[in-house]
Ligand binder design. Structure first.
Ligand code: HEC
Ligand code: HEC
Length: 206
């Protein structure tokens, strides 16, 4: 009788479970399985988002990880965050946060196109150049010429007008104070009309 040396037998078991962990029987990564089971019913079947639950497809992985950690730490704290995302993020371990964020960042992002077209030109100029007189920096310097984001700085292009507008207003209402600089301060330089114009413009960017 031929016996398998114990070390080799263990190695065989470990590599079999590692392979099973990489994808499930439908070829889905662990991040996709987690998302399909827990996130798509609010963020949409292909993660393109709705007006309140934002698009996650194509979002920067580092940014998404930070937001999940902020929800878990309760420092992202508007009423909707409290109501739904504190619970949804609670079960996501730091390791799973990376897996799910990598999955989101690889998905194609569709523009929401839900802004007001008449203010797009004003919004585009403000986005690109800012306004020295009103102490508004160029958003493009950090968020990129097409709002694509970089590193932990999020992609803004094509996010829903309503989501963007509410987020910029919420910083001025005192929510999400723990966000990475310079955002709460940048929002405080924007008037209601400017918030409206920039959010409209961005909703059409793809
Ligand atoms: C019951 C609905 C619901 C479920 C389920 C849900 N979300 Fe959310 N999610 C929301 C809402 C609403 C917001 C907007 C919160 C806010 O305005 O601060 C949000 C915001 C987010 C954001 C912030 C995006 C940004 O651009 O800043 C991330 C990241 C996120 N959700 C990830 C997830 C993940 C990951 C899951 C699954 C584990 C999930 N969500 C499940 C409703 C939901
Ligand atoms: C110096 C770099 C910098 C500049 C300039 C800047 N941002 Fe940001 N922005 C950031 C960072 C970093 C974050 C992530 C904040 C966090 O931790 O939540 C962010 C987040 C955001 C978000 C949240 C996106 C989401 O999915 O919830 C919006 C909206 C936003 N910025 C709009 C703007 C606008 C509009 C301008 C120009 C008026 C601007 N930003 C200028 C760095 C910058």
């Amino acid at each position: 009788m031929k016996l398998i040396p114990p070390a080799l037998a263990i190695l065989a078991i470990v590599s079999a479970s590692a392979a099973a962990f990489a994808t499930d029987d439908r070829g889905r990564s662990p991040g996709q399985v987690l998302s399909d089971n827990n996130c798509t019913w609010c963020h949409g079947p292909s993660l393109q988002g709705y007006t309140t639950a934002p698009r996650l497809a194509g979002q920067r992985a580092e940014y998404v990880v930070n937001q999940i950690l902020n929800f878990k730490a309760h420092s992202r704290d508007n009423p909707l965050s409290k109501q739904v995302m504190w619970g949804a993020a609670n079960t996501v371990t730091p390791e799973a946060a990376h897996e799910i964020s990598d999955y989101f960042s690889g998905l194609h992002a569709e523009p929401a196109n839900d802004g007001n077209r008449s203010t797009v030109e004003t919004g585009a100029a403000l986005y690109r150049e800012g306004s020295a007189g009103s102490n508004i920096p160029s958003c493009a310097i950090c968020h990129g010429p097409d709002g694509q984001g970089v590193g932990a700085i999020p992609r803004l292009g094509g996010l829903s007008y309503r989501y963007l507008k509410r987020k910029l207003e919420q910083w001025n209402e005192g929510y999400h104070a723990a966000a990475l600089a310079p955002m709460p301060a940048v929002s405080s330089s924007l008037s209601a009309t400017e918030i409206d114009a920039i959010s409209s413009y961005l909703s059409f960017v793809h």
